[in-house]
Design a protein around this ligand. Structure first.
Ligand SMILES: Cc1ncc(COP(=O)(O)O)c(C=O)c1O
Length: 477
């Protein structure tokens, strides 16, 4: 459709069309995907829709107009702070998601550093493990802060000594993960906290994934090193309600140890002809539905419900991990703390991306990692029902690749392998930029989902990327 229809289409018909288009999407309800959707089943989803719908039109832009939303936000912040062992001084906001909760601390700590420096801060820097979520790269870029990466050890945790060595007078913050997105491991938060405290540097823990799961994993008796406000040097934590708290999309919490940190992210403008404006976070209009649904999810699931969820997730994760490690040649990376982990192949004859293709042929949506090449899993309670099937498909996928090593040079395996290993990263970036132009330019066409090694059916943009990289590869030869 290139323009708004001259004459409105009846609602029923529009709804039918919406339904039809959903048929082109990946089917998350059959639990064959491992990210993007945190789904507890239709009953819980219907409940969230009801809560969201009740506050569908309300806007948290003005907390005086919608006091209900301010109450929900306050209570979600307090519930999260108490779960993460914060005291009454902890102050925070709800944001639209993990990315906003990663953007804002960079802004706040940059502003704080500027405000406290006698000599002006020339080039602010932040220190982060190379495994930190990419949202922090975005934050560094948006707010003009230099990202200083620190390598990880063989156990996939950030190297503490390297962090110490990277600190200088431009350092505005340190950030680490609990746990990291790629490998699901918790960085050495206690040690980093000691360094941060002794050097007077703010320290953020990105617990967007773990904030609503690790506290329950710990209660179940698994070993979870302290990662929250119990660690004295931790000055802020992000925890997403729309991930392992199973709320509707558009909800995260950003908590600071006290208001003296939080206040640096506030935006206040008193001279705007539109009136005096004050905003606590990135967005202007803030959807009431997402805030109400977050409050509703925490209340209805409750501590006992989250403990049950964590138990199912951990039992299922243990099953997955044991099953994967039992397959000859496969290895889990690091020591994952919860239901997020990655595995790679140590067998030269088994290309892990080709194994990914085999899984896709069986209908799984596979997330691929690079450096090292690996496949990724994020377990939710719904995966309990499909663990055996996944492991059986994985076993037969590995066998197929071992029998036919040439599978590594065709299909998506070849493309992802090439993308991950092309040494000229600037050229890869250029090709990805072209792909973005294709996807978001005026001519965007979205063909059906691609699966398996059938590149012909892939989205045009992905094919473009693949073609570009193929050309690049030919040039190198
Ligand atoms: C550790 C971590 N931080 C931040 C984010 C960004 O969250 P969102 O996708 O909600 O913006 C993610 C997303 O997976 C994550 O895993």
């Amino acid at each position: 459709m290139k323009s708004i229809p001259e004459k409105g289409i009846p609602r029923e018909e529009v709804l039918d069309r919406l339904k039809d288009f959903a048929g082109e999407d990946v089917n998350y309800r059959d639990n064959k995907i491992f990210s993007l959707v945190y789904y507890l089943g239709e009953e819980h989803t219907d409940f969230l829709k009801q809560a969201y719908g009740m506050y569908f039109s309300e806007n948290a832009l003005n907390p005086m107009a919608f006091r209900s939303l301010k109450r929900f936000e306050h209570e979600v912040v307090r519930m999260s702070a108490s779960l993460l062992n914060g005291d009454d001084q902890v102050a925070g906001v709800m944001t639209s998601g993990g990315t906003e909760s990663c953007l804002l601390p960079v802004l706040a700590y940059r502003e704080m550093a500027r405000a406290s420096r006698v000599i002006p801060l020339r080039r602010p820097e932040m220190i982060a493990p190379e495994t930190i979520h990419v949202a922090w790269e975005k934050a560094a870029k948006y707010f003009g802060v230099k990202m200083v990466h620190v390598p990880i050890d063989s156990d996939c945790r950030v190297d503490v000594d390297s962090v110490r060595k990277k600190i200088n007078r431009n350092t505005i913050m340190i950030v680490a993960s609990a746990p990291s997105y790629p490998h699901g491991v918790i960085d050495p938060i206690t040690h980093l906290g000691e360094i941060a405290l002794s050097r007077g540097i703010p320290f953020h823990v990105d617990s967007c994934l773990g904030g609503f799961l690790l506290p329950f994993v710990e209660r179940l008796g698994y070993e979870v090193p302290p990662f929250d406000f119990r660690v004295p040097g931790v000055t802020s934590i992000s925890a997403d309600v729309h991930k392992y708290a199973f709320s509707a999309k558009g909800a995260s919490t950003l908590l600071y140890r006290n208001i003296d940190y939080l206040k640096h992210q506030f935006f206040i403008c008193t001279d705007w002809p539109g009136g005096i404006f004050a905003s606590p976070a990135l967005l202007g209009t803030r959807p009431g539905g997402a805030i109400a649904a977050a409050w509703a999810a925490l209340n209805t699931i409750g501590m006992d419900g989250y403990l049950d969820i964590a138990r199912t997730i951990m039992d299922t994760t243990d099953k997955f991990k044991a099953g994967i490690e039992a397959i000859d040649g496969l290895k889990i990376l690091g020591e994952p703390a919860m239901g997020v982990f990655a595995y790679t192949s140590e067998d030269r004859d088994v290309n892990i991306f080709a194994v990914g293709d085999q899984l896709e042929e069986k209908g799984w949506l596979v997330d691929r990692l690079q450096r090292p090449d690996a496949l990724h899993c994020m377990i939710t309670p719904r995966h309990a029902a499909i663990a055996d099937q996944y492991l059986a498909d994985l076993q037969s996928g590995v066998e197929a690749v071992r029998r036919n090593p040439e599978l590594a040079t065709s299909g998506n395996a070849a493309m992802y392998g090439m993308i991950a290993h092309v040494p000229f990263r600037a050229l890869v970036k250029k090709e990805v930029a072209k792909m973005m132009n294709e996807l978001y330019g005026s001519q965007c066409i979205m063909p059906p989902l691609s699966t398996g090694s059938d590149q012909e059916s892939g989205p045009r943009a992905v094919k473009l990327l693949s073609a570009g990289l193929n050309a690049l590869n030919r040039l190198r030869k």
